[in-house]
Design a protein around this ligand. Structure first.
Ligand code: 13P
Length: 257
């Protein structure tokens, strides 16, 4: 049985302010005893990264960014480079989040450029994929996941894949309170893992973490993360409450920790 370290990420999206962001980060840092064996990351808004980075320095929490631009510098008004993120202590970056694909309008090509830039810089990349409700209802879940995975990982080597976490986030489950059933999520995850075996090899497929996102809460996290191919979660709303997020992290911890 492959031994994958669970990964639980908190995507704060465009929430918090300077005070609540710092309070949330320090509650997490002090509450994290007893969750050894889980990789924990938080993805605060850009403007709070530096301060939060120094606030969690003595903890094992991975500082992550919600987005990045693929170019190193230049006339790209409003964008943030990878070196700027590194300056803030960022070690992980989300790419392809459904809100960037469907609200901001990012194409597969942009998602791939960002993914490659993150990996070329030696950072971890959490590549998000997932189908819309229409796509699900017309039976296209696996085809969409395959398309977004192949497009997102185009040009990514097997060595670089070791720094990739795939987040399967069905768009219809994000922020809606509707969660994929553990069985449906497991099916999607198993198919994504098989796809990775076809694109790379079985060793890569066994090693890669595939996490679930979409209305994950303390009440459903344990069942979802107990499925064989669900290696953790990417949590939005529930990650804004320290107790809820800590309880999801505990639900992902290997037994006996
Ligand atoms: P919710 O947990 O609020 O549904 O958000 C999930 C998500 O988009 C995490 O990236």
């Amino acid at each position: 049985m492959p031994n994958r370290t669970p990964f639980v990420g908190g995507n704060w999206k465009m929430n918090t302010d300077a005070r609540t962001a710092s309070e949330l980060a320090s509650s997490l840092a002090s509450g994290l005893a007893g969750t050894a064996g889980v990789d924990v990351a938080i993805f605060p808004p850009f403007v709070y990264l530096r301060e939060i980075g120094s606030g969690i320095e003595t903890s094992d929490i991975i500082l992550g960014a919600q987005d990045v631009y693929d170019q190193p510098n230049g006339a790209f008004t409003g964008e943030i480079s990878i070196d700027m993120l590194k300056d803030c202590g960022v070690r992980s970056v989300l790419t392809g989040h459904s809100e960037r694909r469907h609200v901001i309008g990012e194409s597969d090509t942009i998602v791939n450029k960002k993914t490659r830039a993150v990996l070329d810089a030696g950072l971890q990349c959490v590549l998000c994929i997932g189908e819309t409700l229409d796509q699900r209802e017309s039976g296209k879940t696996d085809a969409i996941n395959e398309h977004q995975t192949r497009a997102g990982l185009e040009g990514v080597s097997k060595e670089q894949l070791a720094n990739v976490v795939i987040a399967y986030e069905p768009v219809w489950a994000i922020g809606t309170g509707k969660t994929a059933t553990p069985g449906d999520a497991q099916d999607a995850h198993a198919n994504i893992r098989e796809l990775i075996a076809n694109m790379y090899d079985q060793e890569a497929a066994d090693a890669i973490r595939i996490i679930y996102g979409g209305s994950m809460k303390p009440g459903n996290a344990e069942e979802l993360m107990s499925m064989a191919d669900i290696d953790g979660g990417l949590v939005g709303g529930a990650s804004l409450n320290a107790e809820d997020f800590l309880s999801i992290i505990r639900a992902g911890a290997p037994q006996g920790v």
